[in-house]
Design a binder for this molecule. Sequence first.
Ligand code: NAP
Length: 285
Amino acid sequence: MYTLINGNELSRTMRAEMAEEAAQFTESRGRQIGLAVILAGEDSASKVYVRNKIRACEQVGIRSFSYYLPEDVAEKDMEELVQSLVDNDEVDGILVQLPMPKHLDSEKILKLIPAEKDVDGFSVSNMGKLALKQDCLVACTPNGVMQMLKRNGIDPKGKCATVVGRSNIVGKPMAMLLLNADATVTVCHSKTPDLKEKCLGADILVAAIGKPKFITADMVKEGAVVIDVGMDRDENGKLCGDVDFENVKDKCSYITPVPGGVGPMTITMLMYNTIEAAKARTRSI
Ligand code: NAP
């Protein structure tokens, strides 16, 4: 019998814990923790993400500074806004919603955000520190997966973990986190030979591929922990993951559903990173 790892429930628990921490910060520092969110353009999915981030800030007691810029915003204006937030002591974290409009040099803009305010954890500095197992702000989605493992008593130490996907925002930091937690990690991608065999060797299998129901039951070891990061649409347009949940679940000891698994954890971990950033900044002032 498998155990379902419920991301909604864990998110609620963590947000309640963080609300207490944020309130303590406000009381001791005389100001709220602050998160700045910039959205340029009209992308409807991005608007939903930004709205959810602002709502999470309200739940936790983090002050949000939101900026909605037109699709054709000048690069200079975007740079000046980011720089003003870098210089603003009331802002602990800065997030520029991706993707940015195509005419903007997103790499150049993101580089303006210093590591200590990079709550997405995507900067060269934070990724480098993660690789070196140093304290840093960790990308939200894979860090959320680590919380899901930890809070279900699943210790990666001594286990074989396979991560399918090597993107900079999920697969790579996920593999580094599992390695840092003493798992033996195999990272797979679209050029990996014998993918099935690599998946079958996994005590912990993380799917971050972007292909609906790609991981099938014959790829999963009996008793494995299966974490589905995918957010895909099936043939009927219904939200589903990278794992064929219905057929895989009975082989697992633990499994995350989609929706209601890793998804809700990402924004929760953004709140977590913002609190961590605020605490680290106040320690260094
Ligand atoms: P991505 O940048 O497109 O990366 C996908 C990875 O999967 C790549 O490394 C790719 O290999 C690999 N891949 C593709 N086809 C494969 C195949 N046939 N066999 C083995 N590997 C294959 O995607 P991403 O941004 O990491 O996102 C992955 C999934 O997670 C998507 O469904 C996305 O929507 C979801 N996601 C969810 C959250 C959340 O909050 N839950 C957050 C971020 C992403 P190559 O490198 O060789 O191309």
